[in-house]
Design a binder for this molecule. Structure first.
Ligand code: ZN
Length: 300
């Protein structure tokens, strides 16, 4: 399931494009945060710096606040609202008059603002987490915070602790100059984490494929902002490297989930039975992953 949460309007009318877009996206379910909007402060809405092709910026006044969004016309038959990482995207058939479009946005304003507020909070998490990229800072690795040390005198990155079962006392020492920028430090930590993710996910994939008696055609590491993992119908698995931030139980759940798709390309009862067979304690891990957005660092 993607994080682009969609609301199809004109119930009863076929919302073909929304349905088509969601099929084949097989991954752990993502959260849809609840919460009421009344009396809430204004939700910050920003026009994205680079507007996607074919979109224009549009604003509608609602009783709650002005809602700005990206507007795109398409051949679909219904008006579609999607929350993307850039904010609200409204897709509308060309024949819909402005007034009708404004009415729809007004009637859905509580839903839109709730989703935009959740998006804003996830992005805030990302921003605060970035403050840690310095000597003495911390970053999440397999469910614990590991401390960073900048050591110009060492030749290569060194992990002090048990790299497979880290504890909060562990340190990652990086061979960087003392005045390295946070961007540089973050880049080095990401490189290290991605290498760890490659090794660990590969061995977990082998493990679950053996357990399930299936053969993996291939897999890759990626960093999509909307998915933790996926499995294509030709038997290839994608895993989001950011899973390496989470406890190994959560990594195992996502790996087992995607491996179970090698047998069942759906989320039906047989699929979940297979997940349960591969990773009996998966429900708890699934729950732990729910509040997290793949585009941000988890706050553990
Ligand atoms: Zn799935």
């Amino acid at each position: 399931m993607t994080v682009n949460e969609q609301l199809a309007l004109f119930e009863g009318a076929p919302s073909t494009s929304a349905k088509r877009r969601s099929t084949g996206k097989l991954s752990a379910d993502l959260p849809s945060p609840g919460g009421a909007v009344p009396n809430a402060p204004l939700v910050p809405i920003k026009r994205p710096a680079g507007m996607p092709a074919g979109c224009r910026w549009h604003e509608v006044d609602t009783p709650l606040q002005t809602i700005g969004f990206m507007l795109r016309t398409s051949r679909r038959k219904t008006i579609g609202l999607t929350i993307t990482d850039d904010g609200l995207m409204v897709t509308t058939p060309a024949w819909v008059p402005q007034k009708q479009l404004a009415d729809v946005v007004r009637s859905k304003a509580p839903w839109i603002l709730r989703k935009l507020q959740a998006l804003h909070e996830r992005q805030q998490h990302l921003a605060t987490a970035q403050a840690c990229w310095q000597d003495g800072g911390k970053f999440p690795y397999l469910g614990v915070y590991v401390r960073l040390a900048i050591r110009p005198e060492i030749g290569s990155a060194q992990f002090k602790g048990n790299v497979d079962q880290p504890s909060g006392r562990d340190i990652l020492a990086l061979p960087l100059q003392a005045d390295s920028s946070m961007d540089r430090v973050r880049e080095r930590v990401y490189t290290w984490l991605q290498r760890r993710a490659l090794d660990l996910f590969d061995s977990r994939l082998q493990h679950y494929c053996r357990l399930s008696g299936t053969t993996l055609r291939g897999w890759r590491l990626a960093s999509p902002n909307a998915r933790w993992g996926s499995c294509s119908s030709d038997g290839r698995i994608m895993l989001n490297w950011r899973l390496i931030h989470f406890p190994s139980d959560v990594v195992d759940y996502v790996v087992a989930h995607e491996v179970a798709h090698l047998r069942h390309m759906n989320h039906g009862p047989q699929f979940w039975r297979e997940v349960g067979r591969l990773h009996p304690g998966y429900a708890q891990a699934r729950q732990a992953l729910k509040p997290h957005h793949p585009g941000s660092l988890p706050l553990l």
